[in-house]
Design a protein. Structure first.
Lengths: 206, 225, 225, 206
């Protein structure tokens, strides 16, 4: 009788939701409210122009350019806009930096606010009420469920996006990456590391 | 009480769903696209979606998947505001369920697509001119007001009546779309980043050692502590 | 927040279930009988049942029927406290599901039945000697404290921080079984009938014209308003 | 996807709950914790000794004996005990009287407190979270769902049994019952009239 975790995939319900969605889209189209390519264009937009690769580039640059890092933490919106990252749900950005003894985690307890131009659309866990309820009050336990153990001596700061500011975490640069180029660093910056549920990927030991 | 306004700190919910995909069913991506189209065309705002979600049956809110809430909210809004007719949605849904190719192909509006992509690049900032100076500054002790929102709020319920310290004063003013029974929205005002002690919010229920919960709070909701 | 502590005033739940029967399945009457037996034998108290219900997953709390919660609570308590073994309950349940006549008939304890019927006639009053005079009297303005209960409470959540007027001072003192993380129960204290204005509790969400909400509140939870 | 109202009767679940209940009862029996007749005795007790007929007798007597009514409202526990009604969940009773312009309704928002010796065990609606949530905040709307329209000029007083006092409503005596005996009055006192969800039954017009 436990309600969570199955997240209610019943084939009949899904079939119905799919038909309903198609009905709404096709009716909006017939009434001339949207274009025949509108929804496809939107989807493509998020596949090509707004995704976590943008955030990873910002992070890699902040790791390699101290001046950019300073600008990014002082005026995140302007700094990321200078790299071409702006738009819906990125009008007001705030980047918070992990450092020794401080780990940041983002949440939106009221809904699912998320920095689209930097990270794309939020993953399901971020949108689910269980994460939103628990990240606020017991972040350490939640991070353990994602496989991340934060030492007791490290302060976890939880950021609730309850107004219009959208948060991104600047993870710490992994050890052993000195001298690496941005192109080499970008793959180390996982989406989770910019949300606070994991650290940047360590360098593969060869 | 609207449970949806008090999500932060609800006890007993069990493990986190660690699903990392954005969409878990193909139709979810389509309804998201419809949502963006409605945003870009000015048909609805986030506030409209949030009002729908915040007024749901709380059990449905917790058991429906994310985009199931969007689908329900979008459909209800389009019907209530005269864009579509409930009966025609029903009829079309049945037709699609009975024969996958029943949807007529028509061109639709090309201009609309342009407007929507433009919205994605421009965004839709609620920043407004600041009418007067912010009342609080960094380091001030502030307390969130105690009240029961009418239907939509941007003050998380667990903060009501609780004191914190201003950590940052955001520049400018931002439109607050919360309205009471009269329908008038609160309008533009300063916003602060406020640091709260989790033990002050949740007492002994807060995780031991949990030191810092930050929320962005409109001045509208704050008084000196 | 434990949603179960804040039931009064939750919005959006839909129509009331107007079912007038006490039991809707035959097994419900049996588990109720087991509960009364456990009460009469001093195996558990209402507090134990309430702790179980108040710590449930809130979605289960709202979707499980009343006696489903009792069954789950009783089983967990009997196992946790060593009266029964989880594995033997599982095995016996399977045996019963597979063959209705699998339950051996043994006499059991006749003395136990007598004690239980005696409990039903005597009751189990939490009234205790009053150690000191009540702090408030009829007409006093009082405010319920703001706090987040550890697991079990007798202060309905919607009253926290809200002011009302003492309408009646009950005679004597009553044991308050609420405990914090240390396990010590609050103990005996005066109880008041307090009248609250529904608009003070729920703002614009309160039904227009709803004038009077009375709650029985331990002095433990009250301060002068 | 609406969660209420079906109240989840799935034959498989019910079968399982029934078996589990039987398992617990039979194991307690085998261990000598309860007697073979214990559960039957408890059930019989509520069928014969604790039910709403008790409350109806109290109400009918209060309707016909002003002195008893005064005692009942001043010291409910003692007054009902004098009629033989006492025991578990009736250790502390409070009777509240309807009168012109005032209607009472009982609820237990934290659980399901109920005056067993007077009314027996609570019906499902009283125990259901939906009643408990809504009776507190919108009693008039709830009463309409039970078919009772309370005029706007009448104050509804809602009583939440949050401590150990158990409430019963003394309904108003129906018109046209002057001179009736207790035996004639008792059938007019429905359980709902002592909970506040209905009025005492009007006299049948013949």
């Amino acid at each position: 009788m436990t309600a969570n975790h199955e997240h209610y995939h019943h084939p009949e319900t899904e079939r119905h939701s799919a038909a309903r969605t198609k009905a709404i889209e096709s009716l909006l189209l017939e009434k001339g409210i949207i274009g025949s390519d509108t929804v496809d264009k939107v989807i493509t937009f998020f596949e090509t122009d707004m995704g976590p690769l943008n955030g990873a580039k910002v992070v890699a640059r902040a790791w390699t350019e101290p001046q950019f890092r300073e600008w990014l933490l002082r005026d995140s919106t302007a700094a990321v806009a200078s790299m071409g990252f702006f738009g819906a749900e990125g009008e007001h950005i705030r980047v918070v930096a992990n450092e020794p003894g401080v780990h940041h985690l983002i949440v939106c307890t009221l809904c699912s606010c998320y920095p689209w131009p930097l990270l794309g659309l939020p993953p399901y866990w971020f949108k689910d009420p269980v994460y939103r309820a628990r990240a606020a009050i017991e972040p350490r336990a939640v991070l353990r469920e994602f496989g991340l153990d934060i030492p007791a001596g490290t302060e976890i700061r939880v950021w609730d996006s309850s107004a219009q500011i959208r948060y991104m975490v600047l993870p710490e640069r992994p050890a052993g990456t000195a001298g690496m180029s941005m192109a080499e660093l970008v793959p180390l910056v996982t989406p989770g590391s910019m949300q606070g549920i994991e650290l940047a990927r360590p360098v593969a030991s060869t | 009480m609207r449970v949806q306004h008090n999500v932060g700190g609800i006890q007993g919910l069990g493990p986190v769903w660690t699903e990392r995909r954005i969409f878990v069913e193909p139709w979810e991506e389509r309804i998201f696209g419809v949502h963006v189209a409605m945003m870009g065309l000015g048909i609805w705002r986030w506030t409209d979606l949030r009002k729908k979600a915040e007024s749901m049956n709380p059990i449905d809110y917790f058991t429906n998947r994310y985009y199931e809430k969007w689908l329900g909210g979008i459909e209800a809004f389009l019907v209530e505001n005269g864009y579509l007719d409930g009966a025609e949605i029903e009829a079309r849904t049945s037709a699609i369920l009975n024969a996958a190719d029943a949807v007529p192909q028509v061109p639709g509006s090309d201009a609309a697509t342009g407007r929507i992509v433009d919205y994605l690049w421009r965004g839709d900032s609620p920043e407004r001119e600041l009418g007067c100076a912010p009342s609080f500054q960094v380091g001030d002790a502030v307390r969130a007001t105690v009240y029961e929102p009418w239907n939509h709020t941007r003050l998380p319920g667990m903060l009501r009546g609780k004191a914190g310290v201003v950590d940052l004063v955001y520049e400018g003013a931002y439109h607050l779309p919360e309205a009471g029974p009269d329908g008038n929205e609160a309008g533009p005002g300063p916003v602060y980043s406020v640091r709260f002690d989790p033990a002050a919010l949740w007492g002994a229920l807060a995780e031991p050692g949990h030191a810092a919960f930050y929320a962005d709070v409109w001045e509208h909701y704050l008084e000196p502590a």
